[in-house]
Ligand binder design. Structure first.
Ligand SMILES: [Zn+2]
Length: 86
């Protein structure tokens, strides 16, 4: 019988712990940097507001449109051929 991590409930827990290796590592990082500080960083860096999400979606749509219009060729570096060298 497999016992799952009590935190993520997705990976098998380590035999000596209630958590899986990744969750134990996260817990250790929280202990080192402080639970409040890590939560603050995660909220600031990982969670996107509605406005940020819309900007991300629009940027992605624009990049798709550019590719459809052939603008992706602008990054193409023309190879130097022997005939080009003199
Ligand atoms: Zn886990």
């Amino acid at each position: 019988m497999v016992y799952y991590c009590l935190w993520c409930e997705q990976k098998p827990k380590e035999w000596f712990s209630n958590w899986c290796a990744e969750c134990r590592e996260q817990k250790n990082l929280n202990n080192v940097y402080g639970f409040d500080r890590v939560l603050q960083i995660m909220k600031k860096c990982c969670i996107r507001s509605e406005l940020q999400l819309e900007k991300k979606i629009n940027n992605h749509k624009e990049s798709i449109e550019e590719k459809k219009n052939g603008d992706d060729q602008k990054d193409y570096i023309k190879p130097v051929l022997r005939s080009d060298k003199k």
